[in-house]
Write a protein that binds this ligand. Structure first.
Ligand SMILES: [Zn+2]
Length: 297
C-alpha cells in the first residue's frame, strides 16, 4: 500500500489501530503486535489464485506484503505483484503447490515495497519483471535496490501458453498504476487503486504522483471493462458492483473534503468531519488530507 520509509512507522501504527489499542491496554511491558499465521491461497478460477493475508491490518502488511495473484498456463506462471522480499519462500511454496512450470513474468501493479520488493529474487530465478514506466521511475527516484528493466506506457499485452493478459496504466494511487485484466477469467487485478478492508483505507500517494481526481476517472474506465471479480491490493476479493460502491464512497468523501476546503475549514476540522461522517481520514488515511486540500480546491 505505502510509500516512503519515512512514513512507514506511522502507517504501521495507523493501520493497526486495534493492535495499538491492545498494546496500550497491556501497559508497560506489552509485546509489540505480532502478525498472525501466513497468508492463504484463495482459488478464484481454475487458473487463477490469490495469495491473501488472513488479517487486514498493518502488522500483516509489514510482515506479508499485499495481495499477489498467480496465473497458471501450460508454458509458465504469471504473477501479479511479488509481495515483499521476506515472503519469497512462502510465495514460491504456494506457486509450486499449483504448478511445476517456471515463473515467466511478474507484473508489478506499482512501486510500493509491499507489492514489488520481492521482484529481485523472482528475477534472479528467471522471471521477467514488468511495471509501468512511470512507476519504474518512482522506483528509480526513491533509490530502490532493484529496478525492473522493462516499463510500459499506456497499454500492453502478454500472451503465454495461448492465454492473453492485458495491462493498462492508470493514475490514481500512484502516477502509473498497472492493472491486469484476465479476459478469459473476467477478472481484473487492481493493485492499490482498490483496497477493500475497512481497516486498510484507500489512499492516494501524492509523492508518487497519485491523484484523487484521476483515481475516479481511472475507476470509471475500469468499470467499463467486462469483469465479474476484482482483486484488490489489500483485503478480500470483491464483485464489480462492490467496486462501483467503493468508487462512489470515495468520490463522496473527496467532494466533501473539497466543499469543506472551499469553506476554508482547517485540516483539523476537515479531518474531524470526514472521520465522523465516513469513518475515513484517521490512521493510514489521515496523512492524505493535506494533499487532498492542495488538490481539491
Ligand atoms: Zn501502495
Amino acid at each position: 500500500m505505502i510509500l516512503s520509509s519515512v512514513s512507514r512507522s506511522l502507517v504501521f501504527l495507523a493501520l493497526s489501530n486495534a493492535f495499538v489499542l491492545l498494546a496500550q491496554q497491556g501497559g508497560r511491558g506489552a509485546q509489540a503486535p505480532q502478525p498472525g499465521p501466513p497468508p492463504v491461497l484463495v482459488k478464484l478460477r481454475d487458473d487463477l489464485y490469490v495469495v491473501q493475508n488472513q488479517q487486514s491490518n498493518g502488522v500483516e502488511i509489514q510482515a506479508y506484503g499485499g495481495n499477489a495473484a498467480i496465473f497458471l498456463t501450460d508454458e509458465g506462471v504469471v504473477l501479479v505483484d511479488s509481495k515483499n522480499d521476506r515472503e519469497h519462500d512462502d510465495l514460491m511454496a504456494k506457486i509450486k503447490s499449483l504448478s511445476d512450470k517456471p515463473i515467466k513474468y511478474v507484473i508489478l501493479t506499482h512501486n510500493h515495497a509491499d507489492h514489488s520488493a520481492g521482484a529481485a529474487k523472482l528475477k534472479a530465478i528467471g522471471a521477467n519483471i514488468i511495471i509501468s514506466a512511470a512507476d519504474r521511475e518512482n522506483m528509480a527516484r526513491t533509490n530502490q535496490p532493484f529496478i525492473p528493466d522493462f516499463g510500459f506506457v499506456g497499454r500492453a499485452e502478454l500472451t503465454l501458453g495461448g492465454k492473453k493478459l492485458e495491462m493498462y496504466q492508470y493514475r490514481g494511487h500512484t502516477r502509473g498504476d498497472a492493472i491486469v485484466y484476465f479476459p478469459g477469467d473476467r477478472v481484473v487485478a487492481l493493485g492499490d487503486l482498490l483496497t477493500t478492508a475497512e481497516t486498510i483505507p484507500m489512499i492516494v500517494n501524492y509523492p508518487d504522483g497519485g491523484s484523487w481526481m484521476d483515481w475516479s476517472a481511472s475507476m470509471d474506465q475500469i468499470l467499463r471493462m467486462n469483469f465479474d471479480t476484482a482483486i484488490p491490493g489489500h483485503g478480500p476479493l470483491v464483485t464489480k458492483s462492490q467496486v462501483a460502491e467503493l468508487r462512489n464512497r470515495m468520490v463522496t468523501i473527496r467532494e466533501r473534503v473539497r466543499a469543506l476546503n472551499r469553506e476554508k475549514k482547517t485540516q483539523e476540522e476537515i479531518t474531524e468531519t470526514v472521520v465522523k461522517e465516513f469513518n475515513w481520514g484517521f490512521g493510514g488515511s489521515a496523512g492524505n488530507i493535506p494533499g487532498m486540500m492542495q488538490e481539491l480546491r
